[in-house]
Design a protein around this ligand. Structure first.
Ligand code: HEM
Ligand code: HEM
Length: 230
């Protein structure tokens, strides 16, 4: 899609799929853990899928197309200051938004990793629980629980920022992260579209397959406790 048209493709399909699948997993992980009981199995499934998604996004930040790359959107404090003073940002995440993207990836990533070592002291435990000593498992479980509030705070901030851009700046960011397209008037003239076609999707599938294999392998490391009474 050329910039002379009304809209330019900025978010490739794998990045959009990553975003909305992550939303489903985070909501699913919260709902299932609050329901508890047998739903804890679903908590582990959603949590492990979230782990895979974060690993995928980290790789995509290096091997994905232009606007998905960390090198494109992660900027230093000077660029953030310029943006705050009114400088027009390039297409993609703006320098300030990039910080919130990194914070979300880090904090959700920490939640998923700490969950691997957590236990509810009843019948649910992360697959790596049996591989660490009691003190480490207990610390991981506490951090996993405490981090809930950091995640809720960051997501609230994320949604407030999206709403602010929609209402005050009149930018249709949500439409962009659904369709991938940004209005040409909202980005610098001459901005090239991202690559978003079969080759990119196959690359994403390959990375997705590697990450799925890794997460399944981690899950297979679970040490089953002996529940028999004999
Ligand atoms: C569990 C809740 C959510 C989490 C953890 C989350 C996380 C993220 C992350 C990590 C990104 C960066 C995308 C990337 O480059 O890969 C992002 C971008 C974005 N998210 Fe969310 N998100 C959540 C919910 C939502 C919801 C409900 C909406 C819409 C109402 C939304 C709208 C957006 C938009 C518009 C962007 C692109 C921002 C930009 O243009 O720079 N997010 N989100
Ligand atoms: C990013 C994804 C995840 C989110 C958002 C999440 C969220 C939470 C929250 C909020 C709690 C505390 C519930 C409460 O005390 O009311 C919790 C507990 C727990 N989570 Fe996760 N979790 C995630 C990933 C995981 C993973 C990957 C595992 C294991 C494979 C896991 C295993 C556990 C266990 C065993 C508990 C019970 C701790 C206890 O009750 O003492 N979680 N999780």
């Amino acid at each position: 899609m050329q910039n002379s048209r009304l809209a330019v493709r900025i978010w490739d399909l794998p990045t959009r799929a990553f975003h909305w699948t992550l939303v489903v997993c985070i909501v699913g992980a919260f709902v299932s853990v609050k329901l508890g009981g047998l739903y804890m199995d679903w908590h582990v499934r959603f949590g492990c899928t979230a782990l895979g998604l974060i690993l995928f996004r980290l790789l995509w930040g290096f091997f994905g197309p232009r606007y998905a790359r960390f090198a494109h959107f992660v900027r230093g404090p000077a660029a953030v200051a310029r943006y705050l003073k009114g400088a027009a940002p390039p297409a993609g995440h703006n320098p300030l938004g990039a910080l919130s993207v990194l914070a979300l990836l880090l904090v959700v990533g920490f939640q998923a990793v700490s969950g691997l070592f957590a236990t509810d002291d009843i019948m649910t435990q992360g697959p790596l629980f049996g591989h660490v000593n009691e003190a480490t498992a207990s610390a991981m479980t506490s951090w996993h629980k405490l981090n809930e509030w950091v995640i809720i705070g960051l997501i609230a901030l994320h949604l407030a920022a999206v709403a602010w851009y929609a209402v005050v700046r009149r930018k249709r960011l949500v439409r962009a992260i659904i369709t991938g397209n940004v209005d040409a008037k909202d980005i610098p003239p001459g901005t090239p579209p991202t690559q978003d076609g079969l080759a990119i999707w196959l690359r994403a599938l390959l990375l997705g397959a590697c990450v799925t294999g890794l997460v399944l392998w981690i899950r297979s490391l679970e040490v089953m406790s002996d529940m028999s009474f004999s």
